[in-house]
Design a protein around this ligand. Structure first.
Ligand code: 3HC
Length: 693
């Protein structure tokens, strides 16, 4: 009998089966909670029913609370009370878990009196990834079952624990093969026969372990002081030695505090943004085949792209111009694959097949049968055009020709071929087998099926694909080129490179811009500055004077042991000679250095990033604010808990942003200009979240 649209109850003599069916992931929405509550109450009240079994329909048991409900007024029944009610049921209730039992899903299972898993099951408490903590008893019942250290590890990592491990930990009671409903029926029978023991989790006491909790909290203070929820997780788990109702009160309070934070909103924006980016019309077309990939160029980028493709089971032909370069490329790929094997991303028994899927050649002729060729040679338009002209002659007529260029015009590249509809940009980020972002750059003539292939490839490579239009630098590098100048202006005007880096690292960036420059190699920006020198507007304040001198000294960053910082073994210290260059440049420009607070640095840097991001939107290079947010999150180390620059912009407010830009413009009204779209948004009282809808 259907309790409602998503829950049904079936009575078979003394067994009641409750089926949860809320596709795609059986999220514990209000409908699921109220249906489950009603079903449990009805089964428990029936004197004929001696055992109740819960299972999920579709691909998974409950994958968590319904995240879409977060940040909105709470809807009854609440999950914690429902789990308590399940636990308190006089009739034994067991849960049968398949697919995933995550967050609130696992918490429902922990409230039942025994847990039976199918072999494919993964359990986890991933709330921390959303800026939350398990808020329906997870911080109290998990330590009761598996102890404080293991529970804390699960809660703080948010990782998915496979069934075998969950069994060994004591989180589940047995693993059985079969279909969820069949397994549920059999397990219910076993309860009746006394072959499956049931027990209430709240009747187990947690063994205190304050030393471990203190140690973990100290580590968090050192590494994650800026995040809110990890500390609250420890606080809640600490309360698990109290009677359950008291511990649950501590957990509830901590959960509600987390719910109020902007970090929670930022992380949930990132969760949905990651999934929404590929929800664009182009991605919905049927992709072309892309099983046989050609990669041109065995440098870091080409080798990384080849590695990513190989790890996803695609076959790759790597082409280089000399045996030496080819050997180097193949060596890099082998090293990347070794690393993947070590990290468990590639199983040892699959290694031979992956190696066999890689071939190499010294001539483009080897790409005659490739479905998709990705060119990853250095950034020189003449070279790229020559390669594309050759590919056009060599490759089969329907093959896709892609360039990994980071800023060159895809339309110009496409124009030298007889098949511009089969040409697109696939902009990977280095190291390409690790970084998750892929900009799918769609040219004027790119066919929809070709764009769709870019998205399909990204999905296969487990990357986050963002649609981009054509402009210098596409979405990410265009915005980067702009805000990077702000860091240089701040240094010219009085901040030190290390201060700028520290302020932004405190804000949440993994590395400040000067450390990033040193890591990437300062010659990259140097080349770009020279490339753009001729087109630089005379009114533009030159931002490269200091960096140019650093490069002229041959200090190109980490690879030369010297850049903005000095690199000796593991020690990184500011380069004192750079301070001299900065002083001299300020004197030359007649600048008397001023003091900047960290807040001033962050405000200025973020304002620059947001301004250019808005212009990228205005120019329709990015389709929606969220696309820009995901580019910065997945390609540029933007702190995930801040959601992305335009999500963050909403937290500042459009009026405040305009005020700030206008204030900065009093000193430099060429660089600082209020984008028209911001003014329109202010007039219409719109947020970036509104533009995403
Ligand atoms: N609530 C609402 N929608 C959800 C959801 C959830 N918990 N989990 C997934 N979805 C949606 C996705 O947004 C996506 O929607 P779309 O098709 O419209 O884009 C759809 O379900 C399918 O999700 P995926 O594309 O992610 O599917 P995958 O098969 O790749 O992954 C998954 C499945 C591993 C379950 C993954 O979706 C996931 O990790 N989900 C989140 C799990 C989670 O964080 N659970 C904890 C929630 S917080 C909580 O429970 C609080 C509690 O303690 C009180």
């Amino acid at each position: 009998m259907n309790i409602n649209d998503v829950v049904s109850l079936e009575k078979l003599s003394s067994t009641a089966l409750i089926c949860l069916n809320n596709p795609p992931v059986n999220a514990a929405s209000q409908a699921l909670r109220s249906g489950l509550k009603q079903a449990v109450e009805e089964a428990d009240a029936d004197p004929e029913i001696k055992v109740i079994a819960l299972y999920g329909e579709g691909r998974t048991f409950v994958a968590g609370a319904d995240i879409k409900e977060f940040g909105k007024p709470p809807l009854e029944p609440m999950l914690p009370e429902l789990v308590n009610e399940i636990e308190a049921s006089d009739t034994p209730i067991i849960s049968v878990l398949h697919g995933t039992a995550l967050g609130g899903g696992l918490e429902i299972a922990l409230g039942t009196h025994a847990r039976v898993a199918l072999p494919d099951l993964k359990v986890g408490l991933p709330e921390i990834n959303l800026g939350l903590l398990p808020g329906a008893g997870g911080t109290q019942r998990t330590p009761r079952l598996i102890g404080i250290p293991a529970a804390l590890e699960m809660i703080l990592s948010g990782r998915h624990v496979p069934a075998e491990e969950a069994l060994a930990l004591g989180l589940i009671d047995r693993i059985v093969e079969g279909k969820p409903r069949d397994v549920a029926l059999k397990a219910a029978q076993d309860v009746l026969n006394g072959e499956l023991t049931t027990r209430r989790t709240d009747q187990i006491t947690t063994k205190a372990d304050h030393a471990h909790l203190d140690e973990v909290e100290a580590k968090l203070q050192a590494t994650k002081a800026h995040l809110f929820s990890p500390h609250k997780c420890v606080e809640a788990v600490r309360a698990s030695t109290l009677p359950l109702d008291e511990g649950l009160r501590v957990e509830r309070q901590a959960f509600l505090e987390c719910m109020q934070t902007p970090q929670r909103a930022g992380l949930i924006h990132a969760f949905f943004g990651e999934r929404a980016v590929s929800n664009v019309p182009e991605a919905k077309h049927t992709p072309k085949p892309y099983d046989r990939i050609g990669v041109i160029g065995g440098g870091t980028m080409g080798s990384g792209i080849a590695t990513a493709c190989l790890l996803s089971g695609l076959s790759v032909t790597l082409v280089e111009t000399s045996q030496e370069a080819l050997d180097r490329g193949l060596g890099t790929i082998a090293k990347n694959l070794d690393g993947a094997e070590k990290r468990g991303k590639l199983s040892t028994d699959k290694r031979a097949a992956v190696d066999a899927a890689l071939s190499s050649a010294l001539s483009l002729d080897a790409l005659a049968e490739a479905d998709l060729v990705i060119e990853a040679v250095f950034e020189d338009m003449a070279v790229k055009k020559e390669i594309f002209q050759s590919l056009d002659k060599i490759c089969k007529s329907d093959a896709i020709l892609a360039s990994n260029t980071s800023y060159l015009d895809i339309n110009d590249i496409a124009a030298v071929t007889s098949r511009p509809e089969n040409v697109l940009g696939l902009h990977f980020f280095s190291p390409a087998h690790v970084m998750r972002l892929l900009e799918v750059v769609i040219g004027d003539k790119t066919a929809d099926s070709v764009s769709a292939t870019g998205f399909a490839l990204a999905k296969r490579l487990k990357k986050v694909a963002v649609k981009s239009g054509v402009c210098d630098g596409f979405i990410g590098n265009r915005i980067l080129a702009h805000y990077r100048k702000t860091a240089a202006y701040l240094v010219l005007d009085g901040a030190s490179p290390a201060q700028v880096d520290q302020a932004l690292e405190k804000f949440g960036f993994a590395m400040g811009p000067h450390k990033v420059g040193d890591l990437a190699g300062l010659d990259i920006d140097w080349m770009t500055r020279r490339r753009k020198a001729e087109t630089r507007a005379p009114e533009e304040r030159y931002s490269g004077a200091i960096a140019d001198q650093i490069c002229e000294n041959g200090w190109l960053g980490r690879k030369t042991g010297k850049g903005y910082y000095l690199y000796e073994g593991k020690s990184i210290t500011p380069n004192p000679e750079v301070a001299e260059i900065i002083d001299a440049q300020r004197q030359k420009d007649g600048i008397s250095p001023r003091h900047f607070t960290d807040k001033e640095i962050v405000d200025c840097y973020m304002c620059a990033m947001i301004s250019e991001a808005v212009r990228v939107l205005e120019d329709k290079i990015a389709a929606r604010p969220l696309d820009i947010d995901m580019v910065l999150l997945f390609g540029y180390g933007f702190p995930r808990h801040r959601g992305g620059p335009l999500h963050y912009a909403d937290t500042i407010g459009i009026e405040t942003l305009i005020d700030r830009i206008e204030t900065y413009a009093t000193e430099d009204n060429f660089y600082w200009q209020v984008p028209d779209l911001l003014r329109t948004m202010a007039k219409e009282n719109k947020t970036f979240a509104d533009l995403n809808r």
